[in-house]
Design a protein around this ligand. Structure first.
Ligand SMILES: NC(=O)c1ccc[n+]([C@@H]2O[C@H](COP(=O)([O-])OP(=O)(O)OC[C@H]3O[C@@H](n4cnc5c(N)ncnc54)[C@H](O)[C@@H]3O)[C@@H](O)[C@H]2O)c1
Length: 255
């Protein structure tokens, strides 16, 4: 199996892309820590699915916007599996507000959950990797909006732009220790974050028309790339972004 025995933490692991990553990595033999902030029942369901397939998973309640909770989350992996190999900073939110409409509270929330969490998550994971002395990997689930403006969702774009620079700079700083940092930038993915688009047929039609592959990604299509990046097959990739967008950034057909 591609991830046999690797100890892997996924933030926001009980929904959407995070849930797909948890299931795909566990199926490849990784020992999973599923971070959640709400809905423990979804975590319990995931754990029983993984255990009944012969895998290993535990849950940890940690609000990733709080550094103390990030400590608890990394400690859970070390206490349970004796080490940490991969941290996936996946948890994220958006406010869908423009520059003129975004409040201080909106801005602080998006930056804390999307960017501050990835920054300190990367720092804490790197400290653990250094203590273990065997390298490690941080994967940040960014977005095509790390580069591509999305009017009406500005705080989100700012957070993902920051994640891009976090990955590049941390990747350079940590490379000499064989600690890799890679961003994954999905385009539109069919998850709860896009429920409003899913429920609006006209909006969905124009989104699909703008994507050269003609549809949103399935969460599992992002998870498959995570598995590849966490496997021994991607060991020379760091300080960069892998885009998975069905071609939307190149095409803009129909917009
Ligand atoms: N769905 C898309 O189209 C898309 C595209 C590009 C990037 N992304 C990114 O993918 C990631 C996952 O999003 P998704 O689409 O699966 O959405 P989602 O809403 O299904 O999942 C988001 C997860 O983050 C968790 N979360 C929110 N605040 C948290 C906190 N304070 N502490 C811990 N967990 C918290 C939620 O509980 C949930 O599990 C996000 O970073 C998002 O920006 C999504």
């Amino acid at each position: 199996m591609l991830l046999d025995g690797k100890s892997m933490v996924v933030t926001g692991g009980n929904s959407g892309i995070g849930e797909a990553i948890v299931l795909a990595a566990a199926a490849e033999g990784a020992n999973m820590v599923i971070d959640y902030v709400a809905h423990p029942e979804e975590v319990a369901t995931l754990i029983s699915r993984i255990e009944s397939a012969g895998g290993h998973a535990v849950g940890v309640q940690a609000d990733v916007s709080k550094v103390a909770d990030l400590h608890t989350m990394i400690d859970k992996a070390v206490q349970t599996y004796g080490r940490l190999d991969v941290l996936v900073n996946n948890a994220g939110v958006e406010t869908r507000t423009s520059l003129m409409d975004t409040t201080e509270a909106d801005f602080d929330k998006v930056i804390a959950i999307n960017l501050k969490s990835a920054f300190f998550g990367t720092q804490l994971a790197a400290k653990q990797f250094l203590a273990q002395g065997s390298g490690g990997l941080v994967l940040n689930i960014s977005s095509v909006h790390e580069d591509w403006p999305m009017p009406g969702n500005i705080a989100y774009c700012v957070s993902k732009g920051g994640t891009r620079m976090l990955t590049r700079t941390a990747g350079v700083e940590l490379g000499p220790h064989n600690i890799r940092v890679v961003n994954i930038a999905p385009g539109a993915v069919n998850t709860p974050i896009n429920t409003s688009t899913e429920n609006d047929p006209a909006k969905l039609k124009s989104l699909d028309a703008a994507i050269p592959l003609g549809r949103m990604a399935l969460p599992g299509e992002i998870a498959d790339v995570v598995v590849f990046l966490a496997s021994g097959k991607a060991g020379y990739m760091t300080a960069t972004t892998v885009v998975i967008d069905g071609g939307i950034m190149q095409g803009s057909v129909g917009l």
